[in-house]
Design a binder for this molecule. Structure first.
Ligand code: IDC
Length: 354
């Protein structure tokens, strides 16, 4: 009897110690909790003030990879907004905080359409749109997130169509953010159709020096021909500047092996690539998701330490929107507030630490 009491007491103490230890280690620490769910990643305990930008500082391009201030390869993993003219509600501190703390993203991409939906160059209000960009950068900065300012060329096809507006815009943005280590500039989302690599190069050679005059070593992402799939053309004739990343975009239900092979061959040639936009569905942003293809893509990107941002942070009735139509919450979404895309990509991101 005495032995049994002793055993019970001893087991209870062990259990209590284990519970307290577990809570101290994982309690209130989403990054550590998620890492515990995923065996392939080791866990880090963050200080309450640790953020992606405070831990990793200014980024640089070294050969084919993006590196942090410790010289280690660093992958940006983030969410892209939909057009900020259309869904401004998600440019919000609480939205970004949820994405950082619950989804574990380290980067937000702010998509500023040049043509569609009250685009910056087609009837939108430039001052209002710039104030949304400033808000987005301010919230990202407060939260220690990296932030991409995306000049979202799409139906205008060739970035030269709005080159003078782009020059003025990036001149102003780079003057504002020259001391912000967390700001990246994406100078043309997806040149397409008539836009050749030659015409993109001409544009880039005018816009990049404008940014560099204010901000000498910021990271600049350059779109490539054919909706940012033509990275092979960029690899054949890269631009003569440091700290550039070349954009590769994919939509997993449309772009498969052939584009992955192109990525591998360009990376092996030393081309630094960023997947500044991808979708899990087809290239229309709609249709069915293909998670098997998406996993193949994201595994390959992780293997090559290439960053990626998912399209799109909105509640539009389309497959690629991560929030269900009708859900008005702008933060702290429950599983049932998220679309199939949202639930899948949140789960994917949560297995990483920032
Ligand atoms: C789509 C949006 C959709 C919008 C359309 C406008 O999801 O709501 O009506 O743009 O043309 C891209 C573009 C991105 C597209 C997305 C899906 O960068 O703007 O968003 N896509 O078509 N490239 C490939 C796919």
């Amino acid at each position: 009897m005495r032995i049994r009491c002793f055993r019970f007491f001893f087991t209870s103490v062990l259990f209590a110690l284990f519970t307290v230890g577990f809570y101290c280690f994982f309690g209130n620490n989403p990054a550590a909790m998620a890492a515990s769910d995923n065996k392939s990643h080791t866990s880090t305990i963050y200080d309450t003030h640790d953020t992606p930008a405070s831990l990793h500082g200014p980024l640089h391009v070294d050969g084919a990879v993006l590196t942090d201030s410790h010289g280690k390869a660093y992958s940006l993993r983030g969410m892209s907004t939909h057009g900020i003219a259309w869904f401004p509600q998600y440019i919000n501190r609480e939205t970004f905080r949820t994405l950082r703390d619950d989804w574990h993203v380290n980067c937000i991409r702010l998509a500023l359409y040049t043509e569609e939906y009250g685009g910056y160059c087609s009837g939108g209000n430039p001052d209002e749109l710039k104030s949304r960009i400033r808000k987005g950068v301010d919230y990202a900065t407060e939260l220690g997130l990296y932030v991409i300012i995306d000049w979202h060329v799409l139906s205008d096809q060739d970035p030269n169509v709005h080159k003078s507006e782009a020059i003025a815009f990036f001149h102003e943005m780079s003057a504002l953010y020259k001391d912000h280590d967390n700001v990246l500039y994406e100078i043309c989302n997806e040149p397409n159709s008539s836009a050749t690599w030659d015409s993109i190069r001409t544009y880039a050679q005018e816009v990049i020096p404008i940014i560099r005059a204010n901000d000498q070593d910021s990271i600049i992402i350059v779109g490539t021909p054919t909706w940012s799939q033509g990275i092979d053309q960029a690899a054949a004739e890269p631009l003569p500047y440091d700290n550039l990343l070349y954009a590769l975009h994919f939509y997993a239900a449309t772009h498969t092996d052939w584009l992955r092979q192109r990525l591998v061959s360009c990376t092996e040639k030393g081309l630094p690539v960023m997947v500044s936009e991808f979708g899990m569905c087809d290239a229309s942003g709609n249709g069915s998701n293909d998670f098997s293809q998406t996993s193949q893509w994201l595994d390959l990107l992780d293997q090559h330490q290439i960053g990626y941002c998912c399209w799109n942070l909105a509640n539009k009735a389309e497959t690629s929107s991560v929030i269900i139509p009708g859900c008005e919450k702008i933060s702290d979404w429950a599983e049932e507030d998220l679309s199939e895309s949202g639930r899948w990509i949140r789960q994917w991101f949560r297995s990483f630490e920032y």
